[in-house]
Design a binder for this molecule. Structure first.
Ligand code: AMP
Ligand code: TRP
Length: 346
């Protein structure tokens, strides 16, 4: 579809992905999955992917990867993603991602990727030993999004830089080939908990890969474990302040307030109003009860779904067929624009 200026008008379409590289955390749930569900319910076309090709940029044990992919699918569905309303699939089943990823390896510049902070964090001191895939990772992420002409991408705060790169890649491609082909995607970074922090250190992101399991709440944790992790979460000795400004310089307190707000769907300001002056000894049990009430049903549903992996695999296969039906024509047209000879359908 084109408008009067002949610019392509892109219908709204949502894409996002999560790596199957460990258990889902409360950070994934509040920062990403909750938003995925809201967008699905808003009636926009939604496509959600288990990005297994991204996961192998660092070593994954094959059996563990397979299990984590199915568990992630179960986590999506248990959290409210409906395979009839959204397209749910794992990345490696739709080859267009890797194919467009290669094209983008040739569009993005070394200098752009050299600035990516996630690569610096993940590669650590020994960059020579990092995989080439870990460096090129954001190009594949741009391909994930643009192979669907997705217009909106819900993510946590940590993915902002990758989405800016996605826009840069789309712009450079459109500019170099003199086309108006790829959309300039909007990041959707919203809610009280776009950056959930570690329970052991309020200055570090809660992450699947943190060596300490006490630093995070997993969607697979049972009620006792959740309560214990919250009870033991690091805090300071002061009571909760009576205004949001009083959280300044108190990262652990801020984090727990944000988590409460995220789980209850309220604003951090309202949580502070309710708990002004409360000691952590009072606040933490309330937070634990809330977390258990939200997460336990999800956990139970995940266990139920994981008892039938054949059904999960069927859902992923069906999602991949539907995803490929959108992606392949976009990839074919992209190859035409680039000047690839094409004498058979993908
Ligand atoms: P990953 O686990 O790195 O594949 O992340 C999947 C999604 O969860 C992305 O949208 C991230 O931005 C989001 N996410 C991961 N960790 C957090 C966190 N601690 N707080 C908020 N969002 C997060
Ligand atoms: N890079 C994202 C992360 O680590 C995962 C991801 C891969 C993604 N491809 C994506 C997120 C496309 C959104 C859209 O969290």
């Amino acid at each position: 579809m084109t408008d009067q200026t002949n610019a392509v008008v892109h219908t709204p379409r949502v894409f996002s992905g999560i790596q199957p590289s460990g258990h889902l955390t409360l950070g994934n749930y509040l920062g990403a999955i909750r938003r995925f569900v809201e967008m699905q319910e808003s009636g926009i076309e939604t496509i959600y992917c288990m990005v297994d090709l991204h996961a192998i940029t660092v070593w994954q044990d094959p059996d563990a990867l397979c299990h984590a992919t199915r568990e992630l699918a179960a986590g999506f569905i248990a959290s409210g993603l409906d395979p009839k309303k959204s397209i749910l699939f794992n990345q490696s089943q739709v080859s267009a991602h890797a194919q467009l990823g290669w094209v983008f390896n040739c569009v993005a510049r070394m200098g752009w990727l050299n600035r990516m902070t996630q690569f610096k964090d993940k590669a650590g001191k020994n960059r020579e030993a990092a995989s080439v895939g870990l460096f090129a990772y954001p190009n594949l992420m741009a391909a994930d999004i643009l192979v669907y002409h997705a217009t909106h991408v819900p993510v946590g705060e940590d993915q902002k830089q990758h989405l800016e790169l996605t826009r840069d890649i789309a712009e450079k491609f459109n500019h170099d080939y003199k086309v108006d082909w790829f959309p300039i995607t909007e990041p959707v970074i919203e809610g009280a908990a776009t950056r959930v922090m570690s329970l052991r250190d309020g200055t570090k992101k809660m992450s699947k890969s943190d060596p300490s399991d006490m630093s995070r709440i997993n969607l697979t944790d049972d009620a006792d474990t959740i309560a214990k992790k919250i009870r033991k979460a690091k805090t300071d000795p002061e009571p909760l302040p009576d205004s949001i400004d009083g959280l300044e310089g108190r990262p652990e307190a801020r984090n727990l307030v944000n988590i409460y707000a995220g789980l209850s769907g309220r604003k951090p300001e309202d949580v502070i109003d309710e708990f002004a002056g409360a000691q952590f000894g009072q606040f933490k049990p309330k937070l634990a009860d809330l977390a258990v009430s939200v997460l336990s049903p999800i956990n139970a549903e995940m266990n139920r779904l994981m008892a039938d992996v054949a059904e999960i695999d069927r859902i992923l296969g069906d999602g991949a067929d539907r995803a490929a039906a959108i992606a392949n024509p976009i990839l074919e047209r992209t190859f035409d624009i680039i000047g690839m000879v094409r004498s058979r359908q993908l």
